[in-house]
Every structure is written in structure tokens, then in C-alpha cells.
Design a protein around this ligand. Sequence first.
Ligand code: NAP
Length: 254
Amino acid sequence: MPALDGRTALVTGASSGIGLVTARALAAEGARLALGARRVERLEAALKELPGEGHMIGALDVTDTESSRSFVELAVGEFQKIDILVNNAGLALGRGAIAEGSDEDDLIMWETNVLGLLRITRLVLPHMEDWRGHIVNLGSWAGREAYAGGGMYVGSKTAVRALTYVLRKELVGRIRVTTVDPGMVGDTEFSDIRFRGDEEKKAGVYRGVRYLTPEDVADCILWAVTRPPHMVVDEIVVKPLQQASQDAIVRDTP
Ligand code: NAP
């Protein structure tokens, strides 16, 4: 029997990258999914190719209280309860020094990566059963190592890690809480958004590195959520072999 047969999962930011591939992995293990993101047309395309049945999609902007509430209500109306929440929606904007940053970018990152994660968690928690519910937060290596140019992205992912620890203490004995913190992941839209379409800057990040793929990260998430109920995988930190830290990266020479 597939490991997640009879389980339901809500994935935020499921329209691309890690969220989309995680959705496929959870569905392949038998979970019924509620997929949310702002680009609904992407979700519609994803839905057509998902294994299994009974999945649902919906417009979701995690920075908007009303949008978040109606998406979670829709999912709960369909599934009654949520077993797995993957708080994946997130982004970075810019890679410059704090002195050169903007309030607008900082606010979007904070609203999405931190407040959005808390908002969705708060909405979903009443619909999780004890000894069955599992929250997986997408942190980042950026939440573990400050780097110049990391700005509010580092700040927001450090906050995600701290809030994961708070949640784990508040939910001990009831709901599992895991943070999955990847280093460099390619084949997602992360750097397109961060560098606002600047292909050269994006190429510079991944040059000569056999980076992690969204499949690698989805694999970690799937492993965490398929452990026996008494076992919590607190944290998974995963990086490419060629990345020890943000400033210790060994690149292949062409
Ligand atoms: P991605 O391909 O850009 O995916 C980001 C997802 O978040 C998209 O589906 C996007 O959907 C969604 N999203 C953004 N703002 C949203 C909002 N306000 N409301 C709802 N959904 C929103 O990037 P990714 O690399 O897969 O990133 C996924 C997560 O992994 C993020 O939390 C990121 O910080 C984390 N992460 C990434 C890396 C990396 O190197 N790529 C490393 C460590 C951690 P819409 O635009 O359609 O709303």
C-alpha cells in the first residue's frame, strides 16, 4: 500500500519548483492534495498530471488573510482534515547589501516567508489530528548562515527556523514539526525571481555546481512525512556536495 494512502496534504507555493515536485511525490505515495499558489493556471496544468485522484487546487496568496482563509476553508470543506502541511511558498528579492535594499522588497519577503507561513499554520492547525498531523516548513541554509547580500532573505529564513522551534515545543506530543533547510537548489524559479529575470546573475549562482534539484528536496520531505508517527525528523539540512557554506563553494572548471 502506498505510504500516504488515506492522508491529505496541503502544499503552499505548488505552482513551481520544490512545491510542485513535492506535490507530485506526495501524490505518488497516495496522498490527496490541496495545492495553492497565486498562478492558478499553473496549478491547473499540474493537476492534470498528478498521480491519484481527489486532488484540489485553489488561488492562494499567503500574504493575504482573506485569500488564505478561503483557500484553507476550501481544502477543509473537501477533505475535512489536513494531515500534512507543507509551508513551501517563499521567495528572495535582490542580492545586494542591506544599505542598498528597499523597504518594499523587505516587506514582501517578510510577509510571504514569515507571516504567510504563520498565517497558514494557524488556519490549518485546528484541522489537524493529534498523532497524525505533520507540519513541514521550507527553511533554507540561509536561515543557518548569514551572508553578505542575504539581507531580509536571511532574516526571514532565520525567523522560520526560530518559529519552527517554537511550534515544536507548543505542539509536542501532538503534531510533528519538521524544517527542511536546503542549500543551493536549481531548476526552480527562485533565482529568476530573486534577480528579476537577469540571466547573467542567475547563471553566476549555479555556474559549475551540480546543484540540488527540486526532486532531491522533495525526497527529503517525503522521507520525513513517511516515518512512523512516534518519530519526528526535527531538521533536514541538505546541500550540494560542492557547497559547504555560502562562501565555500567549489565550482567545476569549464
Ligand atoms: P520557486 O520555483 O520560485 O517557487 C516558489 C513558489 O512560491 C511558487 O509556487 C510561487 O507561486 C509561490 N509563492 C510565492 N509567493 C507566494 C504567495 N504570496 N502566496 C502563495 N504562493 C507564493 O522557488 P523554489 O526554489 O521552489 O522555492 C520554494 C521554497 O524553497 C521557498 O520557500 C524558498 O525560500 C525555499 N528554498 C529555495 C532554495 C533554492 O535555492 N531554490 C534553497 C533553500 C530554500 P506563485 O508565484 O504562483 O504564487
